[in-house]
Design a protein around this ligand. Structure first.
Ligand SMILES: [Zn+2]
Length: 421
């Protein structure tokens, strides 16, 4: 799907909205309340200005009040084809024809360069949540033999992967690291005795450091992937490894400026809102789980024209500073190259009479830096300006002066915005 969407995408979206309005009591009420008649929505701009978003809490709350499926449900139970539970718990039934993310996954898997005879080792949980089973089915459909590893039992997993000669790993990067340690404890060489060639990394951040380490341990090429519990798999890396291609064709995905709600421009950060296209047992319209992505502006050298995304983090801690949206995770990425620096806080204010905001980055100094301090600050400032595109003043402080809640990955207190009181 192009971004922003074109007329053809919009036509399919409108057909879906009409179906949802006629079948889902929750959305019939929500649309009526907002004064929206789907057949009167003219274009995408009209849609995004008038159709309300659905927060995860709306779904959870409604299912609690009307257990188990809530008023979102659009078909009678006898039409269900499968059931799916995601953390919450949230209960999502599906029609037999709903593929639950398998086509998206198959496309992502194909992009990794699968070969005939590949054997995939799945190490996501098969227990209650859909992760393991969903990947299992997608790899089978992609033509692999599949090992249902699941989580834990790492010695047994190493034994099974070795016996079968598994060539593809699928799971979290940290569990792959764990398998490497386990193999060594068992007296094995992870590179020689295990045959992993490519890896489907998901459900956890794949940092550049982890990617390099795992590459060295196993000789494996890892591909990062992302998705969301309700709307399923979204995007995955190609062999260029520069952002994840948006593969979700069964969703109408919007990327919206977290402050203005306007469509994010290529190069900018946008919060995802996804509408499931076509009839669904439990349809979701403009479902916004709070995930923010940066949209890469240029076409990928691999030739795939689909939009490329980089996952940034949860939207709640994003602030616009000097006209640029900043997520603490971007700053963390820069600071992580300086081992002498720890957690941080960004203090933003708008001094009286000044034209621009002022941003001060307060960082915990983990060790004595002495005379090198000025050089370090300059180098850091330069890196920040190059990656986040804004100038920040830097203040190195005692670790006790930065609250623990400012730390990654939640960054709850990493932004101190003195402009809004
Ligand atoms: Zn590509």
């Amino acid at each position: 799907m192009p971004w922003p969407p074109d007329a053809q995408d919009f036509a399919e979206l409108r057909r879906t909205l009409e179906w949802v309005y006629a079948n889902s009591p929750y959305y019939a009420r929500a649309f009526d309340h907002a004064g929206v008649k789907p057949n009167e929505i003219r274009d995408y701009d009209d849609f995004r200005r008038r159709v309300p978003r659905t927060a995860k809490s709306d779904l959870v709350e409604n299912q609690r009040q009307h257990p188990p499926f809530g008023e979102f449900l659009a078909v009678p139970r006898e039409r269900f084809g499968s059931l799916h539970t995601s953390p919450g718990p949230i209960f999502i039934p599906r029609l037999p024809e709903e593929r639950g993310g398998t086509p998206v996954l198959k496309e992502s898997i194909k992009d990794m360069g699968l070969r005939p005879g590949d054997i995939a080792h799945i190490t996501l949980s098969y227990h209650i949540m859909p992760g393991g089973l969903r990947l299992h089915r997608a790899f089978e459909e992609a033509g692999c033999l599949v090992i249902n590893g699941g989580t834990g039992s790492s010695e047994l997993q190493v034994e099974v992967a070795r016996a079968w000669g598994a060539t593809v790993y699928a799971g979290t990067p940290s569990f792959l690291a764990n398998l490497g340690d386990t193999a060594r404890r068992m007296g094995l060489d992870p590179r020689r005795d295990l045959k992993y060639r490519i890896g489907f990394s998901t459900a956890e951040a794949l940092t550049p450091k982890l990617r390099t380490e795992l590459g060295e341990i196993f000789g494996i090429e890892l591909f990062d992937h992302c998705g969301e519990a309700q709307i399923g798999p979204l995007a995955g890396e190609c062999r260029i490894h520069d952002g994840m291609h948006l593969h979700a064709r069964d969703l109408f995905c919007e990327f919206l400026d977290p402050e203005s709600g306007e469509p994010a421009q290529p190069g900018d950060i946008g919060e995802i809102a996804a509408t499931q296209l076509g009839p669904r047992a439990l349809p979701l319209v403009r479902y916004a789980p709070g995930d923010a992505f940066r949209l890469l502006p240029d076409p990928c050298p691999c030739g795939d024209l689909s939009l490329r995304l980089i996952f940034v983090g949860q939207v709640g801690v994003i602030r616009k500073i000097k006209g640029v949206l900043v997520h603490p995770a971007q700053v963390q990425k820069v600071i992580s190259h300086y081992p002498e620096l720890g957690r941080f806080q960004i203090v933003v204010d708008h001094p009286e009479g000044e034209r621009y905001d002022r941003a001060v980055l307060r960082i915990a100094r983990l060790q004595a830096i002495g005379e090198a301090e000025e050089d370090l600050k300059k180098s850091l400032q330069h890196q920040l300006k190059a990656t986040i595109l804004i100038q920040m003043d830097i203040d190195l402080v005692d670790p006790a002066d930065v609250p623990e809640a400012a730390a990654a990955p939640r960054f709850t207190e990493a932004m101190v915005d003195l402009r809004r009181k």
